[in-house]
Design a protein around this ligand. Sequence first.
Ligand SMILES: [Zn+2]
Length: 142
Amino acid sequence: MTIRGKCHCGNISFALTWDPDPVEIPARACDCSFCVKHGGVWTSNPNGALRVLVKDPALVSIYAFGTKTADFHVCTRCGIVPVVTSRLDGRLYAVVSVNAFEDVEPSRLRRTAASFEGEVEDSRLARRKRNWIPNVEFSQGV
Ligand SMILES: [Zn+2]
């Protein structure tokens, strides 16, 4: 299936291909200090492919904190964070926000709490390589 999502104003949108169709989609409520403040709930498929379209890059703020190994892509017009990326060994990995989904039955989401605080950086990056979407492309324009 292709899961579509976007920020509230539509400046940042994405299409995530997920084959075969998932019976359920993991939805991890992250307990890091930033995600607690904005309600970040993320999913990824290590076999998926993600296409992100940014209409106006001037309206995207990249926010990084802590280990500064993950970039939160914040739409500065509407404040939504649809995607997070991390560059590991030259490859771009990503997770997407289930809160930005447009066309997914909420009953399909398997919500869990996720705690990565206290994880050392090496194991954090190794986990991203295992679990995050490894095939990510950004494009710009209308
Ligand atoms: Zn927006």
